[in-house]
Design a binder for this molecule. Sequence first.
Ligand SMILES: Nc1ncnc2c1ncn2[C@@H]1O[C@H](COP(=O)(O)OP(=O)(O)OP(=O)(O)O)[C@@H](O)[C@H]1O
Ligand SMILES: [Mg+2]
Length: 257
Amino acid sequence: LMATPISKKVSPTGCTILVLDITEKVKSEKMRREFSANVSHELKTPLQAISGYSELLMNGLVSDDDIVEFAKKINSESLRMSDLINDIIKLSQLDEQYDVFKKESFDINQLCKELFERYKPITEKKRLDFTSDFPKNPLNINGVPFLIEEMISNLIDNAINYNKPNGSINFSLIENKKSKNVEIIISDTGIGIPEDELPRVFERFYRIEKSKSRDFGGTGIGLAIVKHTAQLHNASINIDSELGVGTTIKIGIETSD
Ligand SMILES: Nc1ncnc2c1ncn2[C@@H]1O[C@H](COP(=O)(O)OP(=O)(O)OP(=O)(O)O)[C@@H](O)[C@H]1O
Ligand SMILES: [Mg+2]
């Protein structure tokens, strides 16, 4: 709250009062602080592992039989770090709505078919039944191909990681010619998300404490990238989940000619 007298020379005839609502500012500063704390925590964990393992190797404290095992751990932790750094860079670019992301017209149906083929062997290995339902005709959208690809990959990754033994995943595209819109739908028969946690899963670094998600090395950035990518494409996100039954996520994007 700020107040300034209208006339300073003679006795003031009135004053201007300025009321600023800084709720949003305080909120975004709090989010930024939390974000930095999370980033440093997430980076420190793999770094500590890397320096610990390499120190043991350097000091000759690892038996010949275990050397490869230790090197593998160092390697996987550094890959994890590099993934995380890439995700963070992408998120901050998306945040600033950077024009580094060039939109172009491309066939999302073709992209989804390729992604389905790429993920098929992975789901087979995990004994998950992966089915798809794509239209025959091309479906063009105006977007950033690699971001759309990453968005869908993140959703399929989640459907795989948070599934149950012998569970299933369906990946489909539904065109709505009237409203010039296409819906990307990924549904799984996985562990589901508790109703009260649903609004929070799109926050950066948010992971469900009690769920099986803690068994995975995820960092809770996947759905934040999904949300930002959807926003950049004016796409809608719809999530429907039932604990112990499964999750369905729908992304609706406008089609182009
Ligand atoms: N399909 C799903 N079924 C059940 N829970 C899910 C599903 N998708 C996401 N979740 C929950 O939401 C959390 C956030 O998901 P998100 O993809 O953002 O992060 P993550 O998978 O933990 O890590 P990563 O950054 O590697 O994607 C997950 O940790 C998990 O608890
Ligand atoms: Mg994920």
